[in-house]
Design a protein around this ligand. Sequence first.
Ligand SMILES: Nc1ncnc2c1ncn2[C@@H]1O[C@H](COP(=O)(O)OP(=O)(O)OP(=O)(O)O)[C@@H](O)[C@H]1O
Ligand SMILES: [Mg+2]
Length: 366
Amino acid sequence: MPAVEFRDIVKRYGPLTVLEHLNLRIEDGEFVVLLGPSGCGKTTLLNLLAGLLDPSGGEIRIGDRDVTHLDPKDRGLAMVFQSYALYPTKTVRGNLKFGLSARKLSRDEIDRRIAWAAKLLQIEPLLDRKPAQLSGGQRQRVAIGRALVKQVGVFLFDEPLSNLDAKLRTEMRIEIKKLHGQLRNTVVYVTHDQVEAMTMATRIAVMDQGVIQQVGTPDEIYDRPENIFVADFVGSPAMNFVDCALQAEADGLAAVDGRSGLSFGLDDYPWRRPPEPGRPVTIGFRPEHLRPPNGAEGRHLRLDLPVGHSEKSGSDVVLFLSLPQRMIAAKLDAAAAEPLRRQERASLALPLDRIAVFDTASGQRL
Ligand SMILES: Nc1ncnc2c1ncn2[C@@H]1O[C@H](COP(=O)(O)OP(=O)(O)OP(=O)(O)O)[C@@H](O)[C@H]1O
Ligand SMILES: [Mg+2]
């Protein structure tokens, strides 16, 4: 039985359709991340689940209940917002307690839950402080604590880490993931940060313009993107794309880019739909899959291209190479990249089992 299910959800504001016939099942205990660019409808979907908005159509189920029109407090979930929304005049303990006041719990039970959450989140020494006396990361922990004490089955997070600096974000990411490992609640987590999605999710739902583009594990999303949007949105630097035509060459089917003369051999490509020669296709390959040609194993394409600029970040170098119509990026380790950065041309190998073929017109993977 799914813990959460969206059935054919539509959300409109006047003439504007924000979510379009959206279907998604989230199983009990999953950590599902809704990932997509700003304005794609992530918060809207989360607010529909929380009961803060009414859908224009469709049904929302939690467990075996239809909760579409149920009051938020009766849905058995707790939400952590981007702005922590702590009460400034209450202590940490007061903030944690406040979420429980409507629940008619005994004093002992309230104290027990606060002690449990404070221990789990390591905020015990902070219980008597006010929010103004806490760091950003500590405030975020209190906000999570306020959801935890409710002891519900489903937790909703809306970009909970976006106000934190990079280091704290990484720490909190690990903490939230660890917490999920201990509690095994169902989590629906909204972010536009692909690193958060890739590191935390059991499954990711990638959204664009109110439509779910792909649902899969982080590896599935990364290795087998369904369409150009997903391929381009996930991965940093972004996937390289080269527009080609399918041609029957002497040694088999190939995707050929007339301008650069590149010919991607597709003999071993695992087609999902039968290819039509002559049809425009877009070849995609990730910057990290290009490598120096020595030691390249399996069938690969040799690229010999002019070197443009390069960007070094720690142990990696991203080298930009020119095709007639665009630059492509190669991500190499610094030792391999260092000699190439100073050359006019660089020779690199692309393993052909790493490329993806998309239909240029529809963007769908072939
Ligand atoms: N009350 C409203 N009236 C009209 N349009 C709205 C309303 N609320 C949201 N929208 C529109 O719905 C779309 C989705 O908004 P939503 O807040 O769900 O995006 P999001 O994916 O959470 O984006 P972000 O990453 O920026 O938070 C946007 O185009 C937004 O302008
Ligand atoms: Mg949002």
